[in-house]
Design a protein around this ligand. Sequence first.
Ligand code: NAI
Ligand code: MG
Length: 356
Amino acid sequence: STLKLGMIPADGIGKEVIPCAQRVLEALGSAIPKPEFIPLLAGWEEFKKNGKALPEETIRVLKEECDGAMFGSVSSPSHKVQGYSSPIVALRKHLDLYANVRPVSSVSGIPGPKINMVIVRENTECLYIKKEEIHDSPQGKISFATRQISERASSRIGKMAFEIALRRAEERKVKNWEGWWEGPSKVTIVHKSNVLSVTDGLFRETVRKVKEMDERFKGVLMEEQLVDSMVYRMFREPEIFDVVVAPNLYGDIISDGAAALVGSLGLVPSINAGDDFVMGEPVHGSAPDIEGKGMANPIASIRSASLLLASMGYTTPAAKINTAVDSVLLQGKVLTPDLGGKSTTTEVTEEIIKRL
Ligand code: NAI
Ligand code: MG
């Protein structure tokens, strides 16, 4: 059998780091079914060339032919462009990839605080439904954005968060667990329902209910954190967090903050997960400031490939990738410039492959 994987490098450093993840998957040899990589188009470059940021063909192939996928990063412009809409946001919707799961952990060898948490970000709604409007008023322009929070989306992301907490409770029992939170597994609900009592209120209530209604989650602790103090506490005492569940925008922002704590955005992986499809994706964007220089850190993408494998049930080869990555970081000799090193994207990838 083969493993059919849709590969969507998209823009910027996505084009440099996704091939590295592909090389690592290839290097696993017989540890996984032979991977078959299907290159697929999407992105800002693609929009400029052919007028479509997310070609129908890409969606079709993903839905009909692929067992899973990897996405790089897209260079979405910061101003409105007629007809353009971010393909990653659209893909998450089309494939109903409702959860963005982002493990963030410190690594021995890289300076920084102790942190081992999983951010579970709702991936389909919140302000990212992009219902925006603008009007003229006597005082000048005035704009609005609609924020959608539904019971259904909050409930399934809540369930995902508690299930991850259960899995981590199991992992804790195994030796060499480098979690810093000492207590039983814990889910922190992030919201701002002191101000947004309707939308964030519904998110909070719904996630709370997920725990209360399900016997399995009895032993998992639950706490809440307003999003602003979440940032504060995460910077002061990141070791206290275990699983963190948040609406889309808060989850997006918290993850970049958490990435700074472990040394680089170039280290943090994610998967976009639905009930029947998973797409690995580094947390970072297209990094135009370092694009084309061969200095992008491939580790976020390589770790995303590992998460993708694990989610498909190939836990042993997935762990093998992580062990190889960790040993490169621990040794601290072959690192890209974001981590203070002098090595290139390719050199780091080859060093990881050597240790597989
Ligand atoms: P960014 O994540 O691309 O870069 C932020 C900073 O981190 C930059 O200094 C960059 O050089 C550094 N960085 C990111 N990834 C790195 C890596 N692998 N190795 C070394 N350094 C790395 O965020 P920015 O600059 O705000 O956005 C650039 C573009 O990316 C924008 O067009 C934005 O729309 C897009 N973007 C796309 C995302 C996606 O495809 N899911 C997510 C975030 C931003
Ligand atoms: Mg982001």
